[in-house]
Each structure stands twice: as structure tokens, then as C-alpha cells.
Design a protein around this ligand. Structure first.
Ligand code: CP
Ligand code: NVA
Length: 309
């Protein structure tokens, strides 16, 4: 049994195995309908329990389809219906019940501490479906999408992130270290990654560069990533923050500084950080990026269940 919480804590070999498995499985599914089960039904009889303490569309749907296509099933709990959310039951007891009733637990939460607490008491795998410090399943899937489109290992590509220093970027930084790819980060000076992340970058050195202009970060990029300036539950002066990011909007002019065949990716949902003309352009691969979450979640689940070959 393995947990899937933060990319930084998962060995590179395992991350690579997940991507390789997802590639094979996606290919084998070409002629199957949405709810048809993969040959061999590798997770037959298994129940994935999901809980979202924050909104979700893609993560919810992709885990639903992922477990179904592997032959298992899923149940989504509403946090407001649990004793836990009212302080009337401990994480320890909740975790014991989840472990006895289900076979894996996917949690989207506003507390990294809660993920760790659950991990301590669960005897089934826990998957981080987004937390304040990371969005690991998203970024692993994005590595898959990039290699699928570019048809080469991500280590041979220049990746640029233009936007806030948030959970998604933290996972991208971890991926840059694990998969050894060049990563340019473009964001206003006051919004650079925090000290802990900076020391993680420094410890693992050489391929990550931080710029305070969007143009410098975008120059020569094969892939440009962005995300909302204001994340869920971001406790900031929103108008002020949006103002600070005005010069970091992804528009056609900025894309012009990247390589000609540069693609645009965004985990969604989007805000005003990307111009409609870029979002709707041929360079934008956001829909392919979103559906690939299903394929990669499946291999993440198999990894957690110790069934990845
Ligand atoms: N990208 C992503 O995680 O989307 P949701 O918040 O809709 O799950
Ligand atoms: N950074 C965003 C990602 C949403 C999928 C957030 O945390 O709201």
C-alpha cells in the first residue's frame, strides 16, 4: 500500500512508472465507452471514498471514472454531513471507519495537517486531491499531457509558469526536480515562492529560475502554464492582488516570446490571467489536459494499491 500526497515525497522511478502505465492504459481504451471496464478489472470490488472540503469538478469526475474503469466503485462524502466537521468525532475514529468500510481515501482539503493526521490513522491509502501546499495529481497528469503532445521526455523541454506561487506551482517545482526539467517562474517580486520552497529549490539546484517579468520567463518556452491569481480560500485583498498581476497576463504578445510551437496549459478553472484569444487558440491544450486526469488517476490508484507493473 502506498499514499499519494506530495510529488516531492514520491521516488522519481515510481512517478515515471505511473506515467508509463497511464500511456499504455489510455491507448488500450481507445475503443471503449466511458464506463466500460479495463481488461482484467484490476480494482474489481474496491471502493474509493472521496471527500471534498473545497469545490471540485475535474478531480471529482476523473476519480469517479478512474475507479469505475478499473472495475471498482466510489462514494463521495459531504464533509458537512460528517460528525468530524462539527468537531463531534476525531480524525482517528473517522479514519478507522473509513479504513474498515473502504479501500482508499481521496481528500481535497484546506489543511495539510489534516492530510497528515488522516495518513497516521488510516490503514488504507490516502490521495491528496489538492491541499494548500500541493496539487500533486494535477501536475503528474500535466507531465503526462506534455510528453503526449510534445512526443519527447519532459527533461528535454523548457517549461514556464507565469502566475501566482501556489499549490499547483509547488507541485510543478517538485516535478521539475523529480523529472529534471527546466522551469522558469514568472511572478511579481512580492509573490515569489516562500522561504521553505526556495530552500527546497536551492537544495536541489540548477534548473529552476525565478523572474520578475513575464517576458523573461516565457522566452524560449515549449510550454506555458498558468493558474488563477486568486486560489480557493485565498485570504488576500483580491483587488490589490489582481492589480499586482496585471503585467502577468498570458496574451498573444507574450506567447510570441515563447517557441513557435509552444503550448498553453491551465489546470482550470480559469480567471482573467489568460486572454480569451490564447485560451481559445490552437496552442491551448486545456481540454486534452483535463481529460488526461482520468488516465493518470487510474495509474495513481493502481500505484496506491500496489498493482502497478
Ligand atoms: N484542476 C482541478 O483540480 O479542477 P477541479 O478543482 O475542478 O477539481
Ligand atoms: N490553485 C488553485 C487550483 C484549483 C484547481 C486553487 O487552489 O484554487
Amino acid at each position: 500500500m502506498k499514499h499519494f500526497i506530495h510529488i516531492k515525497d514520491i521516488p522519481s522511478n515510481d512517478l515515471r512508472k505511473i506515467i508509463t502505465d497511464a500511456k499504455k492504459r489510455k491507448l488500450l481504451r481507445k475503443k471503449l465507452n466511458t464506463l466500460e471496464i479495463d481488461k482484467g478489472a484490476p480494482l474489481k470490488g474496491k471502493l474509493l471514498i472521496q471527500m471534498f472540503e473545497k469545490s471540485s469538478l475535474r478531480t471529482r469526475l476523473s476519480f469517479y471514472l478512474a475507479i469505475k474503469q478499473l472495475g471498482g466503485s466510489t462514494l463521495t462524502l459531504r464533509p458537512d454531513e460528517l460528525h468530524l466537521s462539527k468537531g463531534a468525532e476525531s480524525i482517528e475514529d473517522t479514519a478507522k471507519i473509513l479504513s474498515n468500510f473502504g479501500n482508499a481515501f481521496m481528500l481535497r482539503t484546506d489543511s495539510d495537517k489534516k492530510l497528515e493526521e488522516f495518513k497516521k490513522f488510516l490503514t488504507i491509502p490516502i490521495i491528496n486531491g489538492l491541499s494548500p501546499s500541493s496539487h500533486a495529481t494535477q501536475i503528474l497528469s500535466d507531465v503526462f499531457t506534455i510528453e503526449e503532445i510534445k512526443k519527447k521526455p519532459i527533461s528535454r523541454l523548457n517549461i514556464a509558469w507565469i502566475g501566482d506561487s501556489n499549490n499547483v506551482l509547488n507541485s510543478l517545482i517538485a516535478a521539475s526536480i523529480k523529472f529534471s526539467f527546466k522551469l522558469n517562474i514568472g511572478c511579481p517580486k512580492n509573490y515569489q515562492p516562500d522561504k521553505k520552497i526556495l530552500s527546497y529549490i536551492n537544495k536541489n539546484k540548477n534548473k529552476i529560475f525565478i523572474f520578475d517579468t513575464a517576458i523573461k520567463a516565457a522566452t524560449g518556452a515549449d510550454v506555458i502554464f498558468s493558474d488563477k491569481v486568486i486560489s480557493m480560500n485565498d485570504k488576500v485583498d483580491k483587488i490589490q492582488k489582481l492589480n499586482h498581476f496585471k503585467k502577468f497576463k498570458i496574451d498573444k504578445k507574450l506567447m510570441g516570446h515563447a517557441k513557435k510551437d509552444c503550448i498553453f496549459l491551465h489546470c482550470l478553472p480559469r480567471g482573467g490571467e489568460v486572454d480569451e484569444k490564447v485560451f481559445a487558440s490552437k496552442q491551448s491544450k486545456v481540454w486534452q489536459q483535463a481529460i488526461n486526469r482520468v488516465h493518470v488517476q487510474k495509474s495513481i490508484l493502481l500505484y496506491c494499491f500496489g498493482k502497478l507493473r
